[in-house]
Structures are given as structure tokens and as C-alpha cells.
Design a protein around this ligand. Structure first.
Ligand SMILES: Cc1ncc(COP(=O)(O)O)c(C=O)c1O
Length: 434
């Protein structure tokens, strides 16, 4: 079924052959095969990007929904971000010493998210969640961490478990898990483990685990229980911050203030950035020689000037577009409705979930009824084989994404939306007539 794709991507095919001999599994981030390796093909090798599009090394254009793992909300190769990066490069790019740009970016972040009273920068989201958990453990003098099924907080050992269905236990990790959007499951977890909990880490809007908005009582319940038990609540806003509004979503959309917050992706303007921050009394433990503190931080490339300027310019641009978020979110809502209608019309077992500009498509092997959904419901009904085929055929149709699609940017136009919908229609039509 992927003959057309293979025919027009010979250079990608040749690169893949070389890649599998040097990289385990051929890639350096598991997602970046875009499922094509699972159906006997290979991912496209991307050579350039502009706005909502990327082009592979063979010159094929794709409407990009992946947008650098949801980071490029301004679109690829934004002229202001590019200019800032080039300007910074004129004077050398990193010295492993304090730089002015880091202070500027941190001040902008704190202005946008005032409850990030103090923060630290590192290079990736995985580091940010690792350090946030370390601080929670230091502060509470407890060890256990709870996360939700399907919650992805990066590849660090503390939180890198129960990330994909069937959520098998892995003896390598020592945290506990509960079900996103399921109060009973959370209650049971608190009952069993509450006294030993250092932290609960959760995305206020679930990302990789199914892209689900919270039911109204879910986040307040986590806040009440963590307060009662003396555990910290960490909101991982590495996807959600600056995606749905200028700032974070925890307090602004759901009226729940976490103790610590992690950021990355958009806040780094598509460059490498992780941020962890929040309550001053907790963050104080990260300072060298803090009483009760321990080593927290480090990283040769932390607060890299290129990330600082890319993040800073991106936040400036987004602040100017603050009143355009509403429209972007509405476009996402409308798109999800239309994909769900398509799935229904074709009798194709799949669902489009998400929130605002975040769009996640899941092929299902059983009906999951009406929303609200939990992360376990989505995971349990997920049809991996069908998903691999769907995703690969979508790439063949010129739409690049993962978890079905990804996220819109301010560069996506109405015709990109229509292009994507007709690509999806062709894919499900082919798969339905199989
Ligand atoms: C919610 C969330 N947290 C953490 C991470 C890890 O970030 P990074 O890939 O920069 O390590 C990701 C990355 O996809 C994420 O989506």
C-alpha cells in the first residue's frame, strides 16, 4: 500500500538503510519513524521547513502537524526567530557562563506565569521533570511519585513508566500510577500510597496519553488531596504552556495552582529548553549550599543562548498574537468535529481527541462511547496495527504527524486543513475497503 511513497522517496530510503546500521532502531527518538518502519517502510528524512510545511530530501512537501513535537507554534523558520538566532551566532553561541539572554527569558516567563516565582533552565523537558521530582522529594523528604497512565514526562527514569498501553509494570521504575480523569482511581491511589507521596505529576491537559482535557473535578481533587497529604502537585505544561493561551493553563483555565510547573517546547522557540519552577520555598532548595538542599541542576548546555533568544522572540511574537489563540483553538475544535464526522460516516473505528489546537487521532478496536474519556479507556481500546497503517498512509498522502496528527500552528491555513481532511478521507476509504 505504500508503493507510491517508496517510489518517490528513494533518498530517504537510502538514508534509512544507513541509519539502521548506526542507530538502534534507526532513529534517535522512537516517535520519529512516524510508524512507517512498522509497515515495512521508513520515515521521510526532512531537509527543510517553512510555515506549516516541511520538505523531505527527495523534495516532497508535507503539511506538517508534528511541528517539531508541538513546539513550532509560529510555524517553521519564523523570520524573527531565524534573525535572532543568526544574530546571536555572530558572537559565538555558548560559553558555559551566565548570559544576559537567560535573565530576559526568565523574566518574560515569570511575567506570563507569575506563580513560577523562581525557576531553573535546563536543556530538555525530561531533565525538567527529573529535577522537579528531585526538588519535591527534597522538600517533602518523601520518595514516591505518582503519575497517570499514558502520561509522558520525558525519558528520565523517575517518570518514564506506564507510558504506552498495556501499561505493564516495569521493575526498573518505582513510582505509582493512576488513571487520568478517573477520580475513583486517584482516590484509591491516594488511599494506598498517599502518606509516602512526594509528588503527583500530571499534565493539566493530557498530551501523548490521548490528548484529553480534564473533567472539572479532576485537577481540584488532585490539589485538595496533595495539600491534605503534604505532597507537591507538579503540572507538566511542556506541551500546554503557550499553546492554548499566552502563559500556562493550570490556574488560568482550570483554577488550580500547582506547586511546581515544567515548561519546554514552545517556551524554547523550537530550540532545546526545559524549565522547572514554582514556589520560592521549594525552588530555594536548588540553590547551591541551600540548607536541606542537594545537588540540583547542572548541564553543559543549560540556558544555551540560542535557546534563550529563540524562546524570547517566540514569547514576544505570541504575546502580540494573544488575541489570536481563541481563533486557533476554535479551528482545532472544528477540525476535530469534522474528523469525527468523517470516521462516523465511513464507519471507521477511530476517534479524534484533543483540546484547542492539539489534535490526536486514535484507531480503536472497540467502541468507547461518549466523552469524557480516561487515559486508560483510550489506551485499552487503541488499535496499534491499524494506527500504524493509518499513520503511514497519511504520510504517503503528504501529511506528517504522529499520534494521528499533532498540533496546529499560526501558519496553518484553511487550505492546509482541507488538504488534511481530504487526505484522511482517502486513507480511511482505502482502509475501510480493505
Ligand atoms: C508533557 C511532556 N513532558 C515532558 C516531555 C519531555 O520533553 P523532552 O522531549 O524535551 O525531553 C515531553 C515531550 O514530548 C512532553 O510532551
Amino acid at each position: 500500500m505504500l508503493d507510491r511513497y517508496k517510489k518517490r522517496t528513494p533518498k530517504s530510503g537510502a538514508l534509512w538503510k544507513r541509519a539502521v546500521s548506526v542507530f538502534a532502531g534507526g532513529i534517535n527518538h522512537n516517535i520519529r519513524t512516524f510508524c512507517l518502519d512498522r509497515v515495512g517502510a521508513y520515515p521521510p528524512y526532512i531537509a527543510r521547513g517553512e510555515g506549516a510545511y516541511v520538505w523531505d530530501v527527495d523534495g516532497n512537501r508535507y503539511v506538517d502537524w508534528w511541528m517539531t513535537h508541538y513546539s513550532q507554534i509560529l510555524g517553521h523558520n519564523n523570520p524573527r526567530v531565524r534573525e535572532a538566532l543568526i544574530n546571536r551566532l555572530q558572537n559565538g553561541h555558548h560559553f558555559g557562563a551566565p548570559n544576559e539572554e537567560q535573565v530576559v527569558l526568565a523574566e518574560k516567563i515569570r511575567k506570563a506565569i507569575p506563580y513560577m516565582e523562581m525557576m531553573r533552565f535546563c536543556s530538555t523537558g525530561a531533565e525538567a521533570t527529573m529535577y522537579a521530582v528531585r526538588l519535591a522529594r527534597l522538600f517533602t523528604k518523601k520518595k514516591l511519585v505518582a503519575k497517570v497512565y499514558g502520561g509522558w514526562h520525558g525519558g528520565n527514569d523517575t517518570v518514564g513508566y506506564h507510558v504506552s498501553f498495556p501499561y505493564n509494570d516495569d521493575p526498573f521504575y518505582d513510582g505509582v500510577t493512576f488513571n487520568y480523569n478517573d477520580i475513583d482511581s486517584a482516590r484509591e491511589m491516594f488511599k494506598k500510597f498517599g502518606r509516602d507521596l512526594a509528588a503527583v505529576i500530571v499534565e493539566p491537559i493530557l498530551g501523548a496519553g490521548g490528548a484529553l482535557p480534564p473533567i472539572p473535578e479532576f485537577l481540584p481533587f488532585l490539589r485538595e488531596e496533595t495539600n491534605r497529604l503534604g505532597a507537591l502537585l507538579i503540572f507538566d505544561e511542556i506541551i500546554s504552556a503557550f499553546r492554548f493561551r499566552y502563559g500556562s493553563v493550570g490556574e488560568a483555565l482550570f483554577n488550580v495552582r500547582p506547586d511546581l510547573t515544567t515548561l519546554g517546547k514552545i517556551a524554547g522557540g523550537g530550540m532545546h529548553l526545559g524549565v522547572y519552577g514554582g514556589r520560592e520555598d521549594v525552588m530555594a532548595l536548588a540553590a547551591p549550599r541551600a540548607e536541606g538542599g542537594r545537588w540540583v541542576g547542572g548541564g553543559t548546555f543549560s540556558s544555551h543562548p540560542l535557546s534563550m533568544v529563540a524562546g524570547s522572540v517566540t514569547l514576544d511574537e505570541l504575546k502580540k498574537r494573544n488575541n489570536q489563540y481563541e481563533h486557533l483553538n476554535k479551528v482545532g475544535d472544528g477540525f476535530r468535529d469534522r474528523t469525527n464526522t468523517l470516521f462516523r460516516d465511513y464507519g471507521y473505528d477511530a476517534i479524534s481527541t484533543g483540546f484547542g489546537s492539539l489534535v490526536y487521532l486514535s484507531c480503536l478496536h472497540k467502541d468507547i462511547g461518549n466523552p469524557p474519556y480516561t487515559s486508560y479507556t483510550i489506551g485499552q481500546a487503541f488499535d496499534h496495527e491499524q494506527m500504524n497503517m493509518f499513520q503511514s498512509l497519511l504520510t504517503q498522502e503528504g501529511v506528517l504527524g504522529y499520534h494521528g496528527l499533532g498540533a496546529l500552528s499560526f501558519s496553518h491555513s484553511e487550505s492546509d486543513i482541507e488538504f488534511t481532511l481530504s487526505a484522511i478521507e482517502r486513507v480511511i476509504s482505502a482502509l475501510s475497503s480493505d
